[in-house]
Design a protein around this ligand. Structure first.
Ligand SMILES: C[S@@+](CC[C@H](N)C(=O)[O-])C[C@H]1O[C@@H](n2cnc3c(N)ncnc32)[C@H](O)[C@@H]1O
Length: 304
């Protein structure tokens, strides 16, 4: 087996595919992955410019390529991972997912959005859901004992990181997570105002198929929780949040009226919750008394 660390850096992209095809993953990366896993047969279900097929030809590995693009340079085009079936299975199924809608592939190769195109899905939860479905299909196409390897990226929008490896439903157990270093980062060359951390990597998740029927997957759950209603609320958390909500300064009466509605104040064991609020204010270095019966956040606590 070839050497492979959990961080894979290929400054020279290697031969295979078309370097001009947006988001192509470079022949050297594919070569290193195949050098480690040594599959006798490969399938790429989002083959794009045909990088995987080219590398497999060079290595003498049988490879079936599929892509939604009708003019696919390798294998079968016009093929939808979510509804079509491959001709046969493989020991390793590879897939390089779109970067959400950063590049809308159907617009690139077809001139207009194709509703089947995963990169045409603007809604992040829907995009993730469809990627999870695609991965569940791939796990059924790989031979028992074989691997599914999926490369996925992340994007930052309005200060939030949309990270596929964190959010995507995983259809089976992850045996490896490789970080692929990006050498021509998408975000580097762009003009941004203010500070930002450039995204310089992608994640390659590897799943193994161990059984015919049952797969131990993991589906991240989307949630929004409210300090006022949560069983996880702490006293410091409650008092700080209430003071912020009240504009950074409040009378004890206003604070009591605010916190009285919180779940933490309504628990039977917290019958003396007002005393707890006073104690939190007195002991917490984040709060200071303005005058008797009136408290505020210390100056450095109002905004991060
Ligand atoms: C990141 S690119 C793959 C690039 C490829 N690894 C290369 O080196 O050229 C993602 C590909 O997914 C394809 N795609 C998008 N939706 C698809 C679908 N529903 N079924 C099959 N392929 C799809 C796009 O046409 C695009 O070529």
């Amino acid at each position: 087996m070839g050497d492979l660390g959990s961080v894979v850096s290929c400054p020279v992209r290697g031969t295979g595919g078309d370097a001009r095809y947006p988001g192509n993953w470079g022949g050297e990366f594919v070569r290193r992955v195949l050098g480690y896993f040594e599959p006798a047969s490969v399938m790429d279900v989002m083959a794009g410019s045909g990088t995987t097929g080219d590398v497999c030809s060079q290595l003498g590995i049988r490879c079936d390529c599929y892509d939604l693009r009708p003019d696919a340079p390798q294998g079968r085009g016009g093929w939808d991972v979510l509804s079509d079936e491959p001709e046969r299975g493989a020991q390793m199924v590879l897939c390089h997912l779109p970067y959400a809608d950063m590049y809308v592939y159907s617009e690139i190769w077809g001139g207009k959005r194709d509703p089947r195109d995963l990169s045409a899905m603007r809604d992040w939860p829907r995009f993730l859901d469809q990627c999870g479905k695609a991965m569940a299909r791939m796990l059924q196409w790989v031979d028992i004992g074989g691997y599914v390897g999926v490369l996925m990226g992340s994007i930052r929008r309005r200060g939030i990181l949309y990270d596929m490896a964190l959010d995507v439903p995983r259809p089976g157990p992850v045996t490896h997570r490789l970080v692929k270093v990006q050498h021509n980062e998408r975000s580097r060359g762009r003009a941004y105002s203010g500070k930002f951390i450039a995204i310089e990597h992608e994640d390659f998740l590897v799943f193994r198929r161990d059984a015919p029927y049952v797969f131990a997957g993991c589906v991240p759950k989307r949630t929004e929780w409210d300090v006022r209603r949560s069983p996880r609320t702490t006293w410091r958390g409650a008092v700080y949040a209430a003071l912020v909500a009240l504009g950074g300064e409040a009378t004890m009466a206003a604070l009591y009226a605010e916190i009285e509605q919180f779940a933490i104040a309504q628990r039977p064991e917290n019958a003396h919750w007002r005393a707890k609020v006073r104690q939190t204010l007195q002991l917490g270095a984040d709060f200071e008394a303005v005058e008797r019966g009136r408290w505020r956040l210390r100056g450095d606590k109002t905004a991060a």
